[in-house]
Design a binder for this molecule. Structure first.
Ligand code: SF4
Ligand code: SF4
Ligand code: SF4
Length: 244
């Protein structure tokens, strides 16, 4: 039986999620035993238009990138969005908070900002352009979760992705809650699966895995009330990774 052909593509991003795949080291050799990687710019020079699974890293910020993604979609049986940039636009959606994108271009590139190749539109996640079959969350993704999800898909199983909040993992790890340090933490409404590394490292959750499907707004409200904070404080925190 022929192995599934996998191609990895990048769009607007820092390529940190691909780096996480490279960091799999021995595990990557196990995966390469069961798939044929036919295109992966970061790791090889070969290219191919024939693939079964397309893995997309990065957000869509230009007309030509949207067209390129549509072509990739038309060739792939399964399309996976890899990392926060691809699953929800991520950090790149910060610019969507500006009405005038020319202002953003000038802010980043100065007087060169109007050069034609820097043309841009409001950032879109992959599923705002094409149908996405599966999302691997995080900024960056967790390498072990990536391997688990790919292995599940290869044997036809639906991969496990938690739909409960980061607080569940954080409390199981017995971290001291960041609210006790007067910080606003997004853990009550953000999808778990990362094992809460930020609170464990003494930082609040910034929401890089996106909202759980049905955020428990009442529980979040109770937390805010308990610490004399408001829902606006939560919304403010959401801007970094979860802008629209
Ligand atoms: S999700 Fe984060 S780590 Fe991954 S490509 Fe985007 S910015 Fe980089
Ligand atoms: S609010 Fe943040 S720090 Fe507190 S339990 Fe939840 S994830 Fe942990
Ligand atoms: S704790 Fe929050 S910000 Fe940190 S990795 Fe998990 S979801 Fe991302």
């Amino acid at each position: 039986m022929s192995k599934p052909r996998v191609a990895i593509f990048d769009f607007a991003c820092c390529e940190g999620c691909q780096l996480q795949i490279v960091n799999l080291e021995e595990e990557i050799l196990n995966l390469i035993d069961v798939v044929d990687v036919v295109e992966w710019r970061e790791a090889m020079s070969e290219q191919s238009h024939e693939y079964d699974i397309a893995i997309i890293e990065g957000s869509i910020t230009r007309e030509e990138d949207a067209k390129r993604l549509e072509v990739i979609r038309s060739r792939a049986k399964i399309l996976i969005a890899l990392g926060a940039c691809a699953t929800m636009g991520g950090l790149n959606k910060l610019k969507n908070n500006f009405d005038d994108l020319n202002e953003v271009r000038e802010c980043v590139y100065g007087k060169d900002g109007q050069m034609p190749h820097l043309n841009t539109f409001k950032t879109k996640a992959c599923d705002e352009v094409v149908e996405v079959d599966f999302k691997i969350h995080g900024c960056p993704i967790d390498a072990a979760e990536f391997a688990q999800i790919i292995r599940s898909l290869l044997v036809g199983k639906t991969p496990f992705v938690p739909d409960y909040p980061v607080c569940v993992e954080c409390k199981a790890n017995e971290n001291i809650c960041r609210y006790e340090y007067d910080e606003v933490c997004l853990g009550p409404i953000i999808r778990a699966g990362c094992n809460a590394p930020c609170p464990a490292a003494g930082r609040e959750c910034f929401g890089c895995r996106g909202l759980v499907d049905n955020p428990n707004v009442e529980a979040a409200q109770e937390v805010m009330d308990k610490y004399n904070l408001t829902v606006d404080d939560l919304k403010q925190k959401l801007v970094l990774f979860n802008s629209k």
